[in-house]
Design a protein around this ligand. Structure first.
Ligand code: HEC
Ligand code: HEC
Ligand code: HEC
Ligand code: HEC
Ligand code: HEC
Ligand code: HEC
Ligand code: HEC
Length: 393
């Protein structure tokens, strides 16, 4: 019965389309340093990345047996102008019958009811390599297993750099979360394992407890859920927070004025960093007049004007050192290099990357960093212009 109602609705939708009344115009806006992108709807090409034809035809045709549908409930005969006869036309555009936000709108359900859903558990792969084996766990034992069903090779298949072709609503390509949270990576948020068990990370693996807010001080042994950082869309598909980031602070990597956050915003107490900057939900970064590591603390990094990729910044942007997708990464401490692909690297309004490094090595403690721990060929970073140790790959 439910299917019949849906079919009725979808035929109404198709009629509108044929009459030309319901034609949706998709406006594409690229992410720039000054504008929040217009929400992008998934296209049929996006659906087809994860729903390959083989499995999709079969799934629909199974509904004939399970829901009592007929061929003409889903297909129609259309007039072929060449032969002037009626021919059988399978629908090919998913969005004629399904909403483009069929998944987006369900994220509240995925997050809240993960215990009742099926999930997949990833096999193993070396450092920064796509995991290609998954086994079904029904019901899921961890929340991330539900998310990995769709946010990994399990759904979109091969994506060796971690970047899939599916452009999500917030205007970036979906990446492979199972690849990002792989325990063999050099750094990661503790989704699959606590940081002391992050095999690919070298000492010191965990952060210090003063690098965390009070709810997160079991450093090295604590784990977190995707939903500690991601929330349900506020109301249907409108007015949603970018990337579904969970508050109270929801701005990353741009502040609410559309500029990249910099260390200068924090030191100079501008752009409402303490109430807006996403990371500060769990990392104080700067409190009681002190920074929590000597890289953030460095006067050169805080002050003055930096030109990176031809764009001038006041202080160094967070994403000149860190990767934009802060899940887990091939280099320590979620550092990113200028050779990384978007969206790990941040593309600035003139097409250049905001990331400035070509080499990084984690220090023995948060206050033991030296100029040699970083290597860069950016003019503004000329104190780091020679290679002085073995850097993370
Ligand atoms: C990133 C991968 C991905 C994309 C993109 C995607 N899907 Fe899915 N979809 C899945 C997976 C995986 C499942 C199976 C979930 C399960 O087994 O519980 C699914 C399930 C579904 C279902 C079954 C009901 C449900 O909500 O779980 C429908 C309907 C559906 N997709 C339609 C679409 C349409 C239409 C599009 C394009 C607008 C689309 N999907 C885009 C991965 C994707
Ligand atoms: C629940 C809806 C539904 C029903 C019922 C249904 N189909 Fe389909 N059919 C589809 C969809 C959707 C596709 C296209 C899927 C795609 O392109 O990924 C399709 C594809 C096809 C194709 C193209 C096959 C291919 O491999 O690309 C044929 C032929 C077809 N259907 C015939 C039929 C016939 C005959 C019946 C009745 C016995 C039927 N369908 C019933 C939804 C349905
Ligand atoms: C002609 C209309 C039509 C088109 C086109 C169509 N679907 Fe469907 N689809 C349906 C109907 C009807 C159902 C059954 C809904 C229900 O269970 O109430 C369905 C169910 C599904 C399911 C769940 C199947 C299951 O096992 O329960 C998936 C997944 C899905 N569609 C994906 C897609 C994708 C992806 C496309 C495009 C490649 C597509 N559909 C195109 C009508 C369509
Ligand atoms: C059944 C498939 C499916 C499941 C399960 C799923 N997602 Fe998604 N998710 C998608 C698809 C498809 C998109 C892209 C939606 C769009 O752009 O409309 C998406 C988009 C997102 C986005 C980006 C939204 C934006 O603004 O661009 C986030 C964040 C996200 N999912 C997190 C999660 C988390 C966390 C879980 C587990 C609790 C989860 N997803 C489970 C399919 C799924
Ligand atoms: C520490 C906080 C944090 C955790 C934990 C986290 N995310 Fe995210 N996630 C983010 C941020 C910040 C972004 C925005 C990235 C950007 O600006 O490009 C994001 C972006 C995304 C996106 C959209 C773009 C993309 O790269 O695919 C998806 C989907 C997503 N997250 C899914 C997940 C899933 C699934 C999990 C758990 C397995 C998870 N996230 C855990 C902070 C987090
Ligand atoms: C919801 C809480 C939360 C948010 C928001 C959050 N983090 Fe974290 N972060 C954690 C936890 C928990 C750890 C693990 C600390 C430990 O146990 O040692 C961590 C660890 C880290 C690490 C060390 C990872 C490693 O393996 O070396 C870095 C770097 C980091 N976070 C940066 C960020 C950045 C940048 C942001 C904002 C884009 C952010 N975090 C947002 C909770 C959070
Ligand atoms: C000049 C490079 C650089 C810049 C710019 C930078 N970071 Fe970091 N950040 C680092 C390094 C290196 C570490 C690792 C410190 C350690 O080993 O404990 C780090 C650690 C962190 C951590 C872990 C907790 C802490 O306080 O040490 C967070 C969170 C973080 N950065 C967020 C940010 C944010 C937010 C910004 C922008 C406001 C930013 N970073 C700008 C290099 C940088």
């Amino acid at each position: 019965m439910k299917a019949r109602r849906l079919l009725k609705r979808m035929y109404q939708g198709v009629c509108f389309l044929l009459l030309g009344a319901g034609v949706a115009v998709l406006s594409i806006a690229l992410e720039t340093g000054t504008a929040t992108p217009t929400a992008l709807a998934l296209t049929v090409a996006d659906c087809r990345v994860c729903h390959t034809s083989g499995n999709n035809v079969e799934r629909h045709h199974n509904l004939i047996a399970t829901k009592g549908l007929d061929c003409l409930d889903c297909h129609k005969m259309v007039l072929d102008p060449v032969s002037n006869t009626y021919v059988f036309a399978p629908f090919r555009d998913c969005t004629d019958c399904h909403s483009t936000s069929v998944h987006y709108d369900k994220h509240g359900f995925y997050i809240a009811n993960w215990q009742t859903q099926s999930g997949v558990t990833p096999g193993t792969a070396p450092l920064w390599t796509q995991i290609m084996t998954f086994s079904l766990v029904n019901p899921a034992m961890n929340q991330y297993q539900v998310c990995y069903k769709c946010h990994s090779y399990n759904a979109f298949g091969s994506a060796p750099t971690g970047v899939s072709p599916v452009v999500s609503r917030s205007g970036i390509k979906l990446t492979d979360q199972a690849m990002e949270f792989n325990p063999n990576n050099r750094s990661a948020h503790p989704i699959q394992v606590p940081l002391n068990s992050q095999t690919g990370s070298y000492a010191p693996k965990a952060l210090r407890s003063n690098q965390m807010t009070l709810a997160w001080t079991n450093v090295g042994t604590q784990t977190m859920k995707c939903s500690d950082c991601h929330a349900a869309p506020p109301s249907g598909s409108t007015g949603a927070t970018k990337f579904l980031l969970k508050g109270p602070r929801t701005y990353w990597p741009y502040n609410r004025n559309g500029r990249l956050w910099t260390l200068n915003d924090v030191r100079g107490n501008t752009n409402s960093w303490s109430t807006d900057l996403f990371c500060v939900n769990c990392h104080p970064i700067y409190s009681g007049g002190t920074w929590k590591n000597n890289v953030h603390d460095d006067g050169d990094h805080l002050e003055g004007s930096y030109t990176i990729g031809g764009i001038r910044h006041n202080g160094i942007p967070c994403v000149s050192c860190h990767v934009e997708v802060p899940h887990g990464y091939r280099y320590s401490r979620l550092i990113g290099y200028d050779t990384d692909p978007a969206p790990y690297a941040t593309i600035q309004s003139n097409g250049t990357k905001a990331q400035a490094l070509k080499g990084f090595r984690k220090a023995s403690s948060p206050f033991n960093y030296d100029e040699g721990n970083c290597y860069s060929t950016v003019g503004a970073c000329d104190e780091h212009d020679s290679r002085s140790m073995t850097y993370d790959w």
